[in-house]
Design a protein around this ligand. Structure first.
Ligand SMILES: CC(C)(COP(=O)(O)OP(=O)(O)OC[C@H]1O[C@@H](n2cnc3c(N)ncnc32)[C@H](O)[C@@H]1OP(=O)(O)O)[C@@H](O)C(=O)NCCC(=O)NCCS
Length: 193
């Protein structure tokens, strides 16, 4: 564990620096952010390819847990959705991928932000994935990542940021609730035996 990481403090005003990144990426030039002790860099092609299977597996698990997909179909459904969203992989226009690291360069999380297709009136960016490495969870990195996502969305022209979250994901819901996100739609279900 890196000693510099502290628990989340909802009162904290994050210190932030942002600068154009020289790293190779699919993004429009690439921006890096540093939110306190976490740095967010554009993802490289190699990092993206290494990350995609874990992303698909996590999505499959969530859909099965939510009762939306059966385990038999889930993997194929996830692959179909990912191919539809990412026809050009990391180079798909409007898709922005980031890796979060400690200042000691340990990877602690990932972010997938989507700004296309976007409604020109509402200009909403979507968080398609935000994830903290399991051993770093519960220490405020989710808050730092989310804050960086909001700034990056603004830089990319968004006037609002949105996401979908599964009802049973209480930690993520707490993160969004305490960060000022409001429920805009709600899916409900009752099991009939
Ligand atoms: C959701 C996720 C990104 C949150 O990241 P994190 O670094 O653990 O979150 P933080 O430490 O910043 O904590 C966020 C909030 O959840 C609370 N929290 C964190 N872990 C918790 C736990 N195990 N139980 C209850 N609350 C918890 C924190 O106290 C904090 O509350 P606050 O907002 O009132 O201060 C992370 O848990 C994760 O990667 N989960 C798997 C992927 C996922 O579900 N992504 C979201 C998809 S919508």
């Amino acid at each position: 564990m890196s000693p510099e990481l502290r628990a989340a403090d909802p009162e904290v005003n994050f210190r932030l620096t942002a600068h154009a990144s020289a790293r190779e990426s699919s993004n429009d030039g690439g921006y890096s952010y540093r939110v306190e002790d976490v740095r967010l860099d554009p993802m490289t092609v190699d990092e993206f390819e290494a990350r995609l299977p874990a992303l698909a597996n996590g999505y499959v698990a969530e859909q099965i847990r939510a009762g939306n997909w059966s385990s038999g179909d889930a993997e194929e459904l996830a692959n179909v959705q990912l191919h539809r969203l990412l026809p050009l992989g990391i180079a798909t226009p409007g898709m922005h991928w980031y890796v979060a690291r400690t200042l000691a360069d340990e990877v602690v999380g990932y972010l997938w932000l989507a700004t296309e297709p976007t409604d020109p009136i509402t200009a909403v960016a979507w968080i398609y994935a935000i994830e903290v490495e399991p051993r770093y969870r519960g220490r405020g990195i989710g808050h730092r990542l989310l804050y960086a996502a909001e700034l990056e969305a603004q830089r990319l022209g968004a006037r609002a940021i949105a996401l979908n979250v599964f009802g049973a994901n209480h930690v993520a819901r707490q993160l969004y609730d305490s960060s000022g996100y409001e429920v805009t739609s709600l899916q409900m279900r009752k099991s009939l035996g």
